[in-house]
Design a protein. Sequence first.
Length: 277
Amino acid sequence: MGRISYSQFSQWDKCPYTWKLNYVDKAETFKGNIYTLFGTAIHETIQAYLVCYYERTIKEADNLPLVDILKYRLEENFKISKKQYGDEFEVSKEDMVEFFNDGIKIIEEFKKRKSSYFPKKNTELVGIEVSLNFGLPKDMNFVGYMDVVLHNKVTGRVKIIDIKTATMGWNKYQKADKNKTNQLLLYKKFFSDERDIPIDKIEVEYLILKRRLFENMDFPQKRIQTFSPASGKPSINKVMNRLQEFIDECYDENGKIINHDYEKCAKHLKCRLCKDL
């Protein structure tokens, strides 16, 4: 049985050739960087807070040493990546210090405004890193992990939240980028089918953590941004059709990868994803 994730589908959607390099040729074109390292560490820190926040008390959650947790997760994830990739994993001490300090500022604002993003009244935590394992055609399974899932005990509504990090947040072009937003549409569809929850009872939202703010602005800025993409049936049907195209092009009837000449994206000569190895 074949397994596909959103990152795999997304890579093919951006550039089939890069997908081939990674999943057919096993070339591993991307080794990670300070952005992915920090993103994972701040994810884990916020998630640790939310577990305590919902399952214990706000006071106990606020007393968690989040800065220490962030520092520990950064250092541990660095060790793991360095062991896996050696000198090919290029993250400097200066990078670590800079991003760690950015993370402290995110944590400070998150704790001040937490109730704006994560209401506690009548709300329960379904889980952190909630798994999806949904059957698809050609003996394929879609697998994924949802960062945060909440359930309102009064209305019965469910919210799936994906935590993203960004240097300056998402502008209108990033919000319109389907490669960014399609992830939650698929999660919504498959979670609805897996748990037998009416799809119109599920909301999706990106929680975007900004490392940087614009300088010399005359109005206050927030380090945390939320964005809910259109996730009605037309939007979901469109991404489901695209997912089916991916499966049809890349897998045979037994779920085995098809090796053929995959198309390079239109920006191949300047595209870091397409870089020939």
